[in-house]
Structures are given as C-alpha cells and as structure tokens.
Write a protein that binds this ligand. Sequence first.
Ligand code: ZN
Length: 387
Amino acid sequence: MSRSWKIKSIFLLVVIAIMTVAGLQFYKHRHYMMTFVAGPGVTKVAKLSDYCESLKGTIADTNVFFLEGKEEGAKVLFIANTHSNEPSAILSALIFLENAIVDKGTLIIIPQFNNSGGRNTRPGDGYPLYFEIPTDWGSKKFRIGNREASPLDQWPDPDVYIHYPDKQLLSFLDVRNTNRTWPGRPNGPLMEQVTYGAMQIMREEKVDIALDVHGAETMFPVTNCIVAPEKAIRIATMTSLTVKAREGFENHVEPSPSGFRGLSHREIGDYSDTLPFLLEAPLPFLDQPTGPKTVALLLDGKDPFLLSLSKKKKLFVPYDETGWPMKKRVGQHCSVTLEIIHQFSRKFPDRAIKIRNVPRYAEVVKNGVGHYFHNPKKVDKADIYYN
Ligand SMILES: [Zn+2]
C-alpha cells in the first residue's frame, strides 16, 4: 500500500470512529424516555393524537394529562416545551402535574409539546444532551432538546415557510418551530399537525385559558414577560401588577403583535374562544455572547460575559453575580400561572378555577425545584408515564 493510501485509510477510520461514537450518543438521546409521575390530581391521560388522528404512531405524538375538579369551572391548558431548549417550562409543568389538586374547573397539561424537538439537539452550538435536577431522593434526568423539530421527522424544509392560513412568508426553519405553525392543519407538515391537535383540544374541550410556557434570551426585549393579545391583556396586566406587589418579581406585559403570524399568543386567540398567554422567563443559556453552553449555565444562568454586558446596560433584565437560577425561573412560571388563573376567576366568578397544593415563587426559590418531584420508585407503577 502506498504512503498516501495509508494516510487516507487512517483518516477514514478516524472519521468512522468519530461518527460511530457521536451517532450512538445521538441515537441514545433521541430514544431516552423522561419519566413523568401523575400526581393525585390526575383523572385522565390522553394523547395528542386523540385530537389529531394523523399524529398516531408518529414521534410527534405526546401525553396530555387531565386534572379534573369535582366541581365544574373553567378549563386551563398548560403547554410546556414548545421549545425544548427552554426547560423551565417542563419543570413547571411537572410541578403542577405531580402536585396540583383541582377542586373546581380543569387543568390540562402537555409537558412535552414538541416531542420531536425534545429529541433533537444543536451540536453546532455545543449543546449538552441531558441535565439533572437534584431532588430529595436522588436526581431526575431530562433531555435537552432543540427549538425546532428534528429533520429526521419532518423533512425536507422548504426554501421559505408559507404560513397557513395567512400565507405570510417565514424563515424555512420555522416550518419545524411549533411557535410559528399555529393554528395548524390536520394535513399540513407534521408540526402544523401538532399545533392543530392543541387547537382541537381547545375547541373540543372548550378551554378558557391557554398558557404557552417559554424561556428567552436576556438580551432580547421580549423576555421576563407575559405576551398577550388584546382580549387577554387586562388579565395579563393585573397578573403582572399583582405578582410584583405581592411577590416582588418583575414580569412585564408585551402586547401580541397582530402582523406577525404563527405564534401561539396570536393564533390561539384568533382561531378559538380561548384566551392565550405566552410566559417568558429569562434564559441566559440562549444568549449568543456567553461562555460554553454547559449544564451549569443552563441551570444557574451565571456567565461572566453577560455580567459585563449587564454593566453596560445591554440586557433587558437585572443581572448580577447570582445569574438567573432555574428555581427563580420555575417559581415565576408557577406564580404567574396561578395568578392568571386567580385573575380570570375574579373576572368570571361563575367559572372560577380552584387549584391548590402548587408552590408559588418564594417557596420554589426556598425549597428548590426538585423538592416537588416524587420518587418514581416509590409511586404506583400505573402513575408513571414516559415521554
Ligand atoms: Zn421559546
């Protein structure tokens, strides 16, 4: 064998070895199942495909949990992991799922909304594949997903995504982004089917309030806020003022723009009777000018580059050496959710919703997020679900 063939062969073997190691890691990540414990409030578990049949048997199908009160009242839909790289959403959803007791009305929870996106990653940005939350009994492991669904599940991408039904031209990537594919359609691209399934839940179950829970960059103005369209903005404003006065954290209101299509806070309100709210908590991990995208950065939000940018007033949230820990973000989501429900119930007392046993901001900050998760080894096997 000539010298050049030897070098080529060695090079090829090294490439195959790297591809095998990486491929195995991506395969395991894609197939890793997160464990959800259905708490005492759960009365029924459905699938998104029960509302959009074409999702049956696809990776985009996902669990939908119902917590129905004994008394009739309004219905709330809590959607988490529209973007699976914004995990304060799923952690908040699981606090509600594992602990909430609904006395009046119904709470519907989708903890892993874009299930394909939850099995995708962003190797170019050096994303870790998993993170763990310490609990009172060990640690609970989660996948870190991506903003978009995996191209393995929805491909090829168009040159430009033409939003349905508005026909607005959006980025090609947004065809896999379940916060651009609302209101969706049953025979559209897979992610339009996912948002259509959620729209059908809202229409068929007559949902009053929809919460789409996210995290956003600290350098992006639409962060640490509640986004709401005209018909929901009074409740959003009362919520923002109340949590600031009573619980001491900022959470301003952003009006949902009517000219920017495909977003949950716009299309849900326009295509159903439901009042939509999109919740954003600050997420330093998503900011561009940070150090490496580590699990520590995801969980504690501490970054020296953001700290210096904060001193130059380049951030849209207060920021110091303490970063922006997960417990603060999750605590905010819990309190804002409970307060939106409270404000709705004040406005429509005949359709009030009563939920108890869910911690508010101060309690989550004091006890940590993991304190509210139950040990799957200690609960009835029938109460365990995988996503
Ligand atoms: Zn998001």
